[in-house]
Ligand binder design. Structure first.
Ligand code: NAD
Length: 251
């Protein structure tokens, strides 16, 4: 089944939060391009559906149910991926949540939970995967941050801070692991049509659209194209960068 012409033939990838939305699209793209793909999420049924689709494409795949905010679970997850799929070459840190609230009403729990999943989750998976990647002196890590990290957003103090943290983490790790031939980058999507953005009230949506030079929300494929580039050898001399996929809302 596996063809040498595929971009990621012989590679093993793990995508966190891959049961739906951007993560699902990224997992399927990597499989279409020849990778064996581990699907992580807290949504078992939907995650297993993605695994079944990957297997239909002809690639190996496993579902690993884990909350990325648990370091221990992330370590176990990466060990399982290596054992079951034979290695770990590409890590996509995609799992993320929002708990929007004006600061005045934001609880400590809402602050903590969003930072634990969005930021600590990236730390956990990077630390666990880099044990293997640094030994093999090869790897690609791509974390999904957000335009909210760069511009801020009303009602998203927790989310913006967690996503800005990903950028600092990415740049530090890129420096630490550059000599090991590991590329560590981030992608900052603007507003992409997924479940995460489907409940934006119409008035707010019209305001956001008025700020986007391209006058529309993006699609998950716009993000997967950037992932394809950063996960491939085409980007071998690129590390510590943030690629904006945002229709021009932030330049
Ligand atoms: N949609 C957008 O406009 C947009 C913009 C910028 C950044 N992003 C980021 O892109 C990523 C994907 O977003 P999406 O729009 O596809 O959202 P989504 O809500 O459709 O998907 C997120 C996935 O992450 C999973 N998840 C949540 N908490 C988890 C946890 N603790 N452990 C493991 N998995 C968990 C969810 O179950 C879900 O499947 C997120 O990091 C999000 O912050 C999205």
């Amino acid at each position: 089944m596996r063809s040498k012409n595929h971009l990621f033939s012989g590679k093993v990838a793990l995508v966190t939060g891959a049961a739906q939305g951007i993560g699902r699209a990224v997992a399927l793209m990597l499989a279409e391009e020849g990778a064996d793909v581990a699907v992580n999420d807290i949504q078992k049924e939907k995650g297993e559906d993605v695994v079944a689709t990957i297997k239909r494409i002809g690639r190996s795949s496993i579902f690993y149910e884990a909350d990325v905010s648990s370091f221990r679970d992330c370590e176990k997850m990466i060990d399982t991926v290596v054992k079951e799929l034979g290695g770990i070459n590409i890590l996509i840190n995609n799992a993320g949540i929002v708990m929007d609230q004006l600061l005045i009403r934001m609880s400590e729990d809402e602050w903590d939970r969003v930072n634990e999943v969005n930021l600590k989750g990236v730390f956990n998976c990077c630390k666990a995967a880099l044990r293997y990647m640094s030994r093999q002196k090869e790897g690609k890590i791509i974390s999904i941050t957000s335009v909210a990290a760069q511009m801020g957003n009303i009602g998203q103090a927790n989310y913006s801070a967690s996503k800005a943290g990903i950028i600092g983490l990415t740049k530090s790790l890129a420096r630490e692991f550059a000599s090991r031939n590991i590329n560590i980058n981030a992608i900052a999507p603007g507003f992409i049509n997924t479940d995460m953005t489907k409940n934006i009230p119409e008035k707010a949506k019209q305001y956001i659209l008025s700020l986007i030079p391209m006058e529309r929300f993006g699609e998950v494929e716009h993000v997967t194209h950037a992932v394809r580039y950063l996960a491939s050898s085409a980007s071998d001399y690129i590390t510590g960068q943030v690629i904006n996929v945002n229709g021009g809302i932030y330049m």
